[in-house]
Design a binder for this molecule. Structure first.
Ligand SMILES: Nc1ncnc2c1ncn2[C@@H]1O[C@H](COP(=O)(O)OP(=O)(O)OP(=O)(O)O)[C@@H](O)[C@H]1O
Length: 292
């Protein structure tokens, strides 16, 4: 388990992180979502001790990462270092990783390279942008860490590569019990992926959700009426979108009771729609979009 407790950091004269507290369990995906400049990268860099917090503690499996540097051996921060190694050959990068990470598993590395049909190129620079992103993750997971920190995992990638990268991370969590912390400005990327979402706004966690809890509390329906939606309902439903007499709305609370109320109003039709994170945050934050 990673425990971040009351972490604050000022850089220059700017308060970049304020009293950050959260926990990351084993085999889970945590999304840290925030706009540009919210402090996501600084938070990840603090977790791997590249940045020293002014206050607060970070521990991994009960050990303070600043007091006991070996405690951070189980965390791997995937940054753009593959870009810096682009002139190296693939085999040199693998040797470098095997030297740095004690648990680096060459067989697993090869298995992943084969699974993703990575081209048999000599130098890293011959990989496309998408392949470089995949290669970074293959290296990271082959190092067998317990926790992987990934900043903007799909920035600048095409839709197919994005899906491939996200599915890869989900597979690793399911099969290898690794935990992943993803910092992103895109909430939609985390749909049906994250277990926990932390919203970072100007260095503060302003919302924190466990997704399985949230999905028990909210439901999204599309409802069509002959006339307009009765006022008795509009008090309990957050209207995400209205097109003529068709409403896309979010219900919060006792969902069974609310569905009975909905049926009583005799809509022409109503159907449940899949709930997205974006719906939730638009509703919860009063219409303010977080994702871009
Ligand atoms: N070394 C530094 N000195 C002074 N200010 C810094 C330093 N590093 C970061 N900052 C400031 O801290 C704030 C948070 O930056 P950070 O890169 O952590 O945000 P972010 O959420 O990752 O943003 P992005 O999505 O744009 O990468 C920004 O306003 C940035 O200018």
């Amino acid at each position: 388990m990673i425990q971040v407790q009351n972490v604050s950091k000022t850089m220059g004269n700017q308060q970049v992180l304020t009293d950050i507290t959260f926990t990351v369990g084993k085999g889970t995906i945590t999304g840290i979502v925030g706009r540009n400049g919210a402090g996501k990268t600084t938070l990840l860099r603090t977790m791997v001790t590249v940045v020293d917090p002014d206050r607060g503690t970070i521990s991994v499996n009960g050990e303070d990462v600043f007091a006991k540097p070996e405690a951070k051996a189980s965390i791997l921060y995937v940054d753009d270092s593959v870009e810096a190694l682009k002139n190296y050959s693939v085999s040199n990068v693998v040797s470098l990783y095997a030297d740095i990470y004690q648990n680096f598993d060459r067989d697993y590395f090869q298995e992943l390279m084969d699974r993703f049909q990575m081209p048999k190129t000599k130098k890293v620079k011959h990989y496309s942008k998408g392949r470089k992103a995949l290669f970074s993750l293959i290296l990271a997971f082959a190092a067998k860490p317990e926790y992987v920190l990934r900043d903007e995992p799909t920035d600048g990638l095409d839709v197919i590569m994005k899906k491939e990268i996200m599915r890869f991370m989900l597979d690793e969590v399911a099969k290898e019990e690794v935990s992943i912390i993803i910092a992103t400005h895109r909430l939609d990327e985390l749909d049906s992926l994250a277990d926990q979402i932390l919203i970072l706004t100007e260095g503060e966690i302003t919302e924190a959700f466990q997704l399985d809890e949230v999905r028990d509390i909210y439901k999204k329906w599309q409802v069509v009426y002959r006339e307009k939606m009765p006022d008795s309902l509009s008090d309990h439903f957050y209207i995400l979108q209205q097109s003529g007499r068709a409403y896309t709305c979010l219900a919060e609370g006792n969902l069974q009771e609310l569905e009975v109320e909905l049926q009583k109003t005799e809509p022409l039709l109503y159907e449940e729609l899949p709930l997205t994170l974006e719906d939730l945050f638009v509703a919860k934050l009063g219409g303010e979009h977080i994702a871009e």
